[in-house]
Design a protein around this ligand. Structure first.
Ligand code: HMG
Ligand code: MG
Length: 298
């Protein structure tokens, strides 16, 4: 049965921008976040407190949060990989963080400079301290369906890592198809494997990249199984710098169009969102890949 309401977790300012080659000026990022809040999005992933050499585009995280005017009722989670990142995030007085784990050995090594097991030693003190400080913690899990170096990823392996993140204290698990290879049958099997392992769909979010044009079909499969938090990026911006062949996320506009058709509530003003993506594509110098943006842009 489909949910009546979906929470859209907008990742455009983080996943969307982290891979941009040219530095996006701070004032453009702030204006982007302001426009997304004005368009009715309630969760805006704002930036990452990762090593600035690893993701230069988000090296301005501290300045961004210092200058950002928080819209009332809007949540602004940030990515944090380790204790140094948590110190920086706490200095910026964030209320929510997300750690980001890998379901595979290859991606853990490339994205985190750690083995699959070592990543837990890095996250464990972060999650415990964050929870003690009253923050809420999301756990991302990357390469849940396929990995560019390892190929298909067994569901048991994904469920194993995912359960460890939840047991550590993450309140939500976002299942990432980092390189966009998943198809709906695979989504059903993986969600079924989580359910069989006792993980309720109220604790799961889905995070699809649209590399092979499957993101919307995969989202629909997840909604039908009871998932009600969906990650997307305005205009379909994005890609992970440490995963070869990762393109943008599911476009928020494409998601909103489908939710409208299904009669599922989301709170977003589609016209204002399309205007924002058109404005942003002007700043980035290339058109949005979103079909809905193309169809609706005047
Ligand atoms: P490392 O080099 O192993 O770090 O990187 P280290 O712990 O050995 O520390 C080395 C130096 O870096 C130290 O400085 C630290 O203080 C400093 P020194 O003592 O040598 O002067 N340092 C930091 N400085 C600032 N902020 C920090 C920080 N940490 C260490 N947080 C690390 C390990 C995890 C930090 C690195 O690998 C990293 O930053 N990785 C981030 C990669 C990333 O951001 N990837 C994209 C996000 S994930 C994604 O996009 C997928 C997702 O969308 C879901 C999906 O699609 O599947 C979420
Ligand atoms: Mg991603």
């Amino acid at each position: 049965e489909l949910p009546r309401e979906v929470t859209i977790w907008e990742v455009g300012a983080r996943d969307g921008l982290q891979n941009e080659q040219d530095t996006v000026p701070l004032e453009v990022k702030i204006e982007f976040l302001r426009r997304l809040a004005d368009a009715g999005l309630g969760v805006l992933e704002a930036t990452s407190f990762v090593h600035p050499k690893w993701v230069p585009q988000l090296a301005d995280a501290t300045e961004l949060l210092a200058q950002l005017e928080r819209a009332p009722g809007v949540r602004y989670p940030v990515l944090v990989p380790n204790e140094r990142g948590l110190d920086r995030a706490l200095d910026s007085r964030v209320a929510e963080i997300a750690i980001f784990a890998a379901a595979t050995e290859a991606f853990s090594s490339r994205n985190l400079n750690r083995s699959l097991d070592e990543q837990f030693a890095m996250f464990d003190p972060v999650v415990h301290r964050a929870v003690r400080e009253g923050l809420s913690v999301r756990g991302y899990l990357s390469m849940c369906f396929g990995d560019p170096w390892e190929g298909p990823v067994p569901a048991e392996q994904v469920v194993g890592v995912g359960k460890r993140l939840l047991e550590m204290g993450c309140n939500q698990l976002s299942l990432g198809d980092t390189i966009g290879v998943a198809t709906p049958g695979q989504v059903e099997s993986l969600l079924g494997a989580f359910a069989a392992a006792g993980v309720g769909m109220d604790r799961i979010a889905v995070h699809f990249h649209d590399t092979y044009g499957q993101a919307l079909a995969n989202t629909y499969a997840a909604l039908r199984l009871g998932v009600s938090t969906v990650d997307s990026s305005a205009g379909g911006l994005g890609g992970c710098p440490y995963a070869k062949s990762a393109t943008g996320n599911l476009a928020t506009e494409d998601l909103v169009w489908m939710l409208d058709g299904l009669g599922i509530g989301h709170g977003v003003d589609l016209g204002a969102l399309v205007d924002t993506s058109v404005w942003m594509s002007g700043k980035l110098g290339r058109p949005s890949p979103s079909r809905v943006v193309k169809a609706l842009a005047a």
